[in-house]
Design a binder for this molecule. Structure first.
Ligand code: TRP
Length: 459
């Protein structure tokens, strides 16, 4: 297969979504399986995931689950940044609590933004828009990487579960890479898992909505979490599940491993009794344990049962002194094209619309935007335009036109030549004006209440 690497810090990510999906083993989102698909789902813009079933099941059962996402406060907030917040908002509507990291350590490490500057930018540019976009302050908590020591401690201690070659192969780090940059992904691992700590809501499924450029961090986190777990759970070929102890220095004592390598039968027996109790409480009667080998088979359990067994095992692990983490789920959005037809980038203002651009700035940007129309009106009428390459249409689709039928009509009219490129731009700018004015109004309304969105350690 072609060599695709995703560099989460590059401004030009690959947009070959099929290739990325296959190469990294993402699952496609099936809209029919969602109860209340959002606009982004219906339009295929949130298109892939890892273990989303865990989250949907929690939502269906009204059991707690959380969202953790984050943004670097490196520049002004623009359209591209709204997509993770839109995703978070949807999960929140399905019952999630939401934590948003201000990735100020990452901005410092990778963009040289000082923590002071990062704080200012976060409060003025980001948090005000999170509020304006409609996150619920009762169930939203914005924190700073730099002031949440639990995140840093986790990042540090979980760093023991990886090494430079793994980071090198995931991120392309080399000898010249500065060490702050190497630490940044570990801090992000800390971000992603910390909501499972007791102090931040405890063990529950966590979903990370992100742009697909962030998948390397998700892979790293899931890998590290699985290495940290004290119990492995696998589906067996012939059916049933196999549970095995993952013996590591952290649990030598608890799992009855003597220095000599011998197994302390009494301690091991107690561990197995606890596993047995856990499984029989879950309703499994047929449980075959081999305490000496550290394995348990549960013939009647199926793949579907893994979610609930895993969460119980996480509790047991934590009870025994382990971290008790579960692998995070994730969902991925596509990237909207930049205004000039290439990539959108905050360092190139002409490629995007900032959320606090004035209406006239926005209008002039849309007017100049790359179009999918034909060079002459005559040709356009005859052959029609290409909505997939038309920025104005794409922004209606990604951001500004909430009505699916209307969007479909516009796409058809454009393709048939009935609608001209200039008309598409006017429509985009009109809808954007409505969207941006409402956002601004909301920002003004929330301006002296932003504290409600901030975690206690962020104030
Ligand atoms: N790396 C993300 C970015 O480039 C920001 C981020 C930090 C983040 N921590 C996170 C995203 C945790 C999702 C989850 O913007």
């Amino acid at each position: 297969m072609e060599d695709v690497k995703i560099d989460p810090w590059a401004s030009d990510h690959s947009t070959d979504y099929d290739l990325i999906t296959r190469k990294f083993g993402l699952d496609q989102i099936n809209v029919d399986e969602l109860t209340n698909p959002s606009m982004l789902h219906r339009r295929g813009l949130v298109f892939a995931h890892r273990d989303l079933n865990v989250i949907l099941e929690a939502a269906n059962n009204n059991s707690p689950f959380g969202v953790l996402t984050g943004l670097m406060p490196s520049g002004r907030m623009h359209l591209g940044h709204t997509m993770v917040i839109e995703q978070a908002k949807w999960y929140q509507a399905q019952g999630a609590d939401v934590s948003v990291a201000v990735a100020d350590l990452e901005s410092l490490a990778t963009r040289g933004v000082s923590l002071e500057k990062g704080r200012k930018v976060a409060l003025e540019e980001y948090v005000s828009n999170y509020a304006a976009m409609g996150l619920d302050p009762e169930k939203t908590s914005v924190y700073f990487q730099s002031t949440r020591s639990d995140v840093q401690k986790l990042g540090f201690s979980l760093g023991r579960r990886t090494n430079l070659s793994e980071l090198g192969s995931i991120y392309g780090f080399e000898g010249e890479t500065n060490l702050a940059h190497v630490q940044a992904p570990l801090v992000q691992v800390g971000d992603i898992v910390h909501p499972m700590l007791d102090r931040y809501g405890g063990i529950r499924p966590i979903v990370v909505p992100v742009g697909v450029d962030q998948d390397p961090h998700i892979r790293l986190t899931r890998d590290i979490v699985s290495k940290s777990q004290w119990f492995n759970l696998k589906a067996q070929r012939g059916g049933g599940l196999l549970l095995s102890l993952s013996i590591q220095p952290e649990n030598f004592d608890v799992f009855g491993m003597a220095e000599s390598g011998r197994v302390d039968r009494k301690i091991r027996g107690q561990v197995f009794q606890r596993i047995h109790d856990l499984l029989s409480n879950l309703g499994y009667a047929d449980i075959a344990s081999n305490a000496k080998h550290g394995t348990v088979t549960i013939p009647a359990a199926t793949r579907r049962d893994m979610i609930s067994i895993r969460s119980h095992l996480a509790h047991l692990e934590r009870d025994m002194g382990g971290l008790g983490l579960m692998a995070p789920s994730s969902s991925y959005h596509r990237f909207a094209m930049g205004l000039t037809g290439g990539k959108m980038s905050s360092s190139k203002p002409e490629t995007t619309i900032f959320l606090d651009d004035s209406i006239s700035e926005m209008r002039s940007k849309v007017k100049k935007a790359h179009s999918g129309g034909r060079p002459t009106v005559e040709e356009h009428r005859r052959y029609g335009g290409d909505p997939s390459r038309d920025v104005a249409f794409q922004y209606l689709k990604f951001f500004f036109e909430p009505d699916d039928d209307e969007l479909r009509r516009v796409a058809n009219d454009y393709q048939s030549g009935k609608m001209l490129a200039g008309e598409m731009k006017v429509m985009c700018a009109d809808q954007a004006e409505i969207w941006m004015s409402e956002l601004k109004e909301n920002r003004d309304q929330w301006s002296d209440r932003l504290g409600e969105f901030l975690a206690p350690d962020a104030a």
